[in-house]
Design a protein around this ligand. Structure first.
Ligand code: SF4
Ligand code: SF4
Length: 186
């Protein structure tokens, strides 16, 4: 999850008709859509797996920047509400220092182990998500939270199955791949 304290986008547009802007926002469009993975999107991902252009990383990174100029994660927090990060030992150490808890106590209070033997938060929404969508441990959040939704990472095609899953959860990832589909006219 990427935090912006006050998005300049929201601020600039606050002078206009709020309802009109919200109805048209990337986040609202995503949640209004019945299907989070329309057939044309899954077909496009299939096509990408076979025929992604050689500059795919550059294309995705450009779209990542473009989309996150328009999306304020504080209006969404769907990742923190619905998918938990994989939590590594180094994350537990950082979080336990932040919360002034022993690592074993932190694990006992908030975590369990998933089938891949990673720690995950036991509850959703995340226990550290506040009502206003801020993360109460933001400076000490797990690495997986810092990297989410991964559309600015290199070697996009090695992560394509992860992106495919995230399309169904993250409005920004959906928008990145939708804009890519339109750009490549698929
Ligand atoms: S789901 Fe995506 S858009 Fe929503 S808060 Fe998470 S990273 Fe931001
Ligand atoms: S630790 Fe923070 S960023 Fe990570 S899932 Fe929880 S609320 Fe979201």
């Amino acid at each position: 999850m990427q935090k912006k304290s006050i998005s300049s986008f929201a601020f600039v547009f606050s002078q206009f008709n709020c309802e009109m802007v919200m109805a048209d926002s990337i986040i609202n469009r995503f949640f209004a859509a019945k299907e989070k993975m329309p057939k044309q999107t899954s077909d496009f991902i299939k096509w990408l797996k076979k025929a992604a252009p050689s500059n795919i990383d550059d294309l995705i990174h450009e779209l990542h920047d473009e989309v996150f100029d328009e999306v304020d994660c504080l209006d969404c927090a769907n990742c923190c509400k619905t998918v938990g990060p994989a939590i590594k030992d180094i994350d537990i150490d950082r979080l336990s220092k932040h919360l002034k808890l022993k690592p074993s106590k932190l694990v006992e209070l908030y975590m369990e182990i998933d089938e891949e033997q990673d720690y995950i938060f036991r509850t959703h929404p995340c226990p550290f998500l506040c009502d206003d969508n801020y993360c109460s441990v933001y400076e000490s959040r797990p690495k997986a939270c810092r990297e989410y939704p991964h559309t600015d990472r290199r070697r996009v095609m090695q992560l394509i199955n992860l992106h495919k899953r995230n399309i169904e959860c993250c409005p920004a990832v959906f928008e990145v791949f939708e804009r890519l589909r339109l750009k490549l006219k698929k």
